[in-house]
Design a protein around this ligand. Structure first.
Ligand code: CTP
Ligand code: MG
Length: 166
């Protein structure tokens, strides 16, 4: 899941500039996605996920690290792109519910990247999905994700990258 976990914190560190929705609003008068989703965060975040995935591919092949899942180009792309697509989909629905940028939305904020990455994985590479995302792994992902999310946001808040610790 590293290629899915890395894009969000990297986007938070590198984001800024032109928003993905270009400042446009929907019929409800709210922004399509909001200022929290920028092209820079999206591109650098995905790039970080792709790089860590390539490192994983290299390591499992070169050093025969059997405990590392054998990432493929498809799995790496699905996990990293899917993570931030899920994040943007969440922001879209968050705005429709009238929630401001950065406002807390329990469960959606935690699991957006899991939903996005695993759904894209299922579409792009179903064989890899069923070989690697076993029921035990899936439960581990569900348990670990909110913990990692909380930790990352506390760190982000304390170093001044995030305005709120969630
Ligand atoms: N970020 C970005 N581009 C993205 C995703 C994130 O620039 N595609 C940056 C933004 O600076 C954002 C920060 O990462 O403020 C934290 O991301 P997130 O918590 O997902 O955004 P929020 O600001 O909380 O906005 P939202 O309410 O829409 O989730
Ligand atoms: Mg947020």
């Amino acid at each position: 899941m590293l290629p899915a976990y890395l894009p969000n914190p990297v986007a938070a560190l590198s984001g800024g500039g032109t928003p993905v929705d270009l400042g446009r609003k929907m019929g409800d008068g709210k922004r399509i996605l909001g200022d929290g989703k920028t092209y820079r965060g999206l591109c650098i975040g995905i790039l970080a996920g792709l790089i860590i995935g390539l490192v994983e591919m290299h390591c499992s092949a070169a050093y025969q690290l059997t405990w590392l899942p054998a990432q493929t180009a498809a799995s790496v792309i699905a996990l990293s792109v899917g993570a931030l697509l899920g994040d943007m989909a969440k922001s879209f629905f968050k705005r429709r519910l009238g929630k401001e940028r950065g406002e807390n939305w329990f469960l959606a904020d935690q699991y957006d990247l899991v939903a996005g990455s695993l759904v894209l994985l299922l579409i792009i590479s179903p064989a890899w999905f069923f070989a690697n995302i076993t029921p035990v792994i899936f439960i581990a992902i569900l348990v670990l994700t909110p913990i990692l999310h909380r930790l990352a946001n506390i760190i982000g808040y304390s170093i001044g990258v995030k305005d709120v610790p969630w």
